[in-house]
Write a protein of this length. Structure first.
Length: 635
């Protein structure tokens, strides 16, 4: 039984529980005081009449209100070895009493054990009352080692399950908070911004072998050596040993900084633990990739190594619209950290059988990135998904061709030198997706050059998705390129993206779908134009965050556009200011290929016209009153 304040021995766990619940989407406020509150903390539980009646003065660390009748009890202990004690008390001391009521029930119980000073962090076990028995909640057969998010609890209640495979992801805010906290840890340890991405990639890669490293050693040099051994072994396993220099941890040269570096490793691993990293690796769930990309975006390291991340929902949108198949050969010639390739792999993994998935990940994915360090991050991003044998290549894409070849009995591609700017003799790529570097200054390679390169690598009939600044599709400087594009290829669709898609970078962009090698037929070919200027995200505290019940026009066109790419004769309704399917204007001498040039304006309603007239009259009267003296003098 607890007093009104947490015991000194358990204050760490109390704080951990409160902070983690908040990050996992719960409203950590007293439901007795706040209408949307969901968490009673210790003595606050006595404010609930029925809970007080059966608990009397027993107070667990927290009781979470799941709905008006169902509750979740959480109890903690300071030492990890006492996890079973914490769990037993949650069930036998608290849940049992609550379940004596015929009005309310405790259906989830959790034990939390550990403290901030423990190098192994916290241990968590969750149980669910299923058919009268308390059963451990599992993640693909393994014990889940973090508290449950709000969406995950909803899933459990709806499906009455304790072993889940298609579980809701953690809230986006949880990934962001973990990224920010780790970045702060690395900052305090004196690790340079441009080294933090590789530190994180290497450290997580070392976890993928599922072997424990002795974090209790005070010898930082030995700790780093042991972690680097694991990184090297993993790279050897996936036959990418040459990347070790880009991923290994680098011990600070000054011994005075060794203690801080060791602490940074420990604190980072503890924070990763709150994402249930090891279970995520085993499950195939994309927890790692989700966190990793948030870390690169919000961990202050991306800009230092020239990374502009394509938002995950955009890579998923493109892959879904292209409907990437297991027999497709996919290329991103400016792959960065591999976002498009990761989404393509995930899409095939969710829609193919084991043999198809294995062949696809080993022989059908090709990425090229000029920066060695960035391509190493792309490699790790793929390894997170159980794949490391894909064809990631460092170097300048304009000096490379992907040629069709046979390995054993498998048809695949190989990277050859590109001479005299000539395309491959036997192209194999059927789908290409890319977000080329934006040409922000004179001398930068133009975005259109990257699009031309990708088309060169493709088979006739293949489809390219490319993100470019709107200016590429409208400005006079690109008119000749657009004319040549239509002379040699078919324009299928152009989608305008939200203005702040790449926030804080301010560049208006469009996504363009092009069919390779078939000249655009102005007489017959229709183009799907859409203005998806809202995508379910809003800016909040310097970040773009997904918000429920926020308009998502990108989602509205996704399935329709997917069908249109297969059959351009399908009939879909036009919506003014949103979307239109039509032929290109052959008489347009500017060759403007953007939705804004084709989509109809909306006809205002009678009420809107009346309001507009009223406003004009008001403004005219206000103007006349303000300047009446001057007007009189001019008469």
């Amino acid at each position: 039984m607890h007093s009104n304040k947490p015991k000194n021995s358990e204050v760490d766990a109390y704080t951990y529980i409160k902070e983690e619940l908040e990050k996992l989407g719960w409203v950590v406020r007293n439901p007795a005081r706040v209408s949307d509150g969901e968490v009673y903390k210790q003595n606050e539980v006595l404010a609930h009449k029925e809970l007080k009646k059966y608990l009397v003065r027993d107070m667990p660390e927290a009781v979470v209100k799941l709905n008006e009748s169902d509750f979740w009890v959480i109890e903690s202990k300071r030492d990890r070895k006492d996890i079973e004690t914490a769990l037993d008390e949650a069930i036998d001391q608290y849940a049992k009493k609550i379940n004596s009521s015929d009005k309310i029930k405790c259906i989830i119980a959790s034990g939390v054990a550990g403290n901030d000073n423990d190098v192994d962090g916290y241990k968590v076990v969750n149980k669910y009352l299923k058919n009268g028995r308390w059963e451990t909640i599992l993640f693909n057969g393994k014990t889940k080692n973090i508290l449950l998010s709000k969406d995950q609890v909803k899933y459990i209640l709806k499906n009455n399950t304790i072993d889940y495979k298609d579980f809701p992801d953690l809230p986006e805010t949880k990934y962001i908070s973990a990224a920010e906290e780790i970045n702060e840890v690395l900052h305090n340890a004196g690790i340079n911004k441009n080294k933090r991405a590789r530190f994180m990639a290497g450290l997580i890669l070392s976890l993928s072998l599922d072997e424990e490293v002795d974090l209790r050693t005070t010898n930082t040099k030995l700790l780093v050596k042991n972690i680097n051994n694991l990184i090297e072994r993993k790279l050897e396993e996936v036959k990418k040993e040459n990347f070790i220099d880009f991923l290994k941890l680098e011990l600070p040269p000054s011994p005075e900084n060794h203690v801080k570096y060791r602490q940074a490793i420990i604190e980072t691993l503890k924070e990763l633990q709150t994402l249930d990293i090891k279970n995520a690796m085993a499950s195939g769930k994309d927890v790692l990739g989700e966190f990793y990309e948030k870390f690169l975006k919000y961990g202050n390291g991306a800009k230092e190594i020239g990374i502009v991340l394509t938002p995950r929902h955009i890579t998923k949108f493109a892959v879904n619209v292209l409907d990437v198949k297991p027999n497709d050969y996919v290329l991103d010639p400016a792959c960065g950290t591999g976002g498009f390739l990761v989404s393509a792999f995930d899409y095939v993994r969710n829609n193919g059988n084991k043999n198809q998935i294995d062949e696809f990940k080993n022989h059908h994915i090709f990425g090229i990135e000029q920066d060695d360090e960035v391509v190493a991050l792309a490699l790790v991003n793929m390894i997170f998904r159980g794949d490391g044998r894909n064809n990631m290549n460092e170097g300048n894409c304009f000096q490379k061709n992907i040629e069709k070849t046979i390995k054993g009995s498998i048809t695949t591609g190989k990277v050859d030198a590109r001479t005299d700017n000539k395309p491959p003799k036997n192209p194999i790529i059927s789908k290409a997706l890319m977000n080329p570097p934006f040409a922000l200054k004179k001398g930068d390679e133009k975005e259109s050059h990257f699009a031309d390169y990708a088309l060169d690598q493709m088979q006739d009939g293949g489809i390219l998705f490319v993100i470019v600044p709107i200016s590429v599709m409208v400005e006079s400087s690109g008119k000749n390129w657009r004319k040549e594009l239509l002379e040699n290829n078919t324009l299928l669709s152009v989608v305008t993206f939200p203005e702040d898609l790449f926030y804080p970078v301010s560049v208006g962009t469009v996504g363009v779908f092009i069919k390779k090698g078939i000249p655009h037929d102005f007489e017959k070919q229709k183009v799907y134009f859409a203005r998806a200027t809202s995508d379910g995200f809003r800016k909040k505290k310097g970040k773009r965050i997904r918000f429920e019940n926020t308009e998502n026009r990108l989602k509205e066109v996704e399935e329709e556009l997917k069908a249109f790419l297969v059959n351009q004769n399908l009939k879909f309704g036009d919506v003014p200011e949103f979307k239109k399917i039509c032929k290109l204007d052959r008489e347009d001498s500017s060759v403007e290929l953007v939705p804004e040039a084709y989509i109809d304006s909306r006809i205002p309603t009678l009420r809107e016209i009346e309001k507009g007239i009223e406003q004009m009259v008001k403004e005219a009267i206000a103007f006349k009153i303000k300047y009446s003296d001057q007007l009189e003098n001019k008469k």
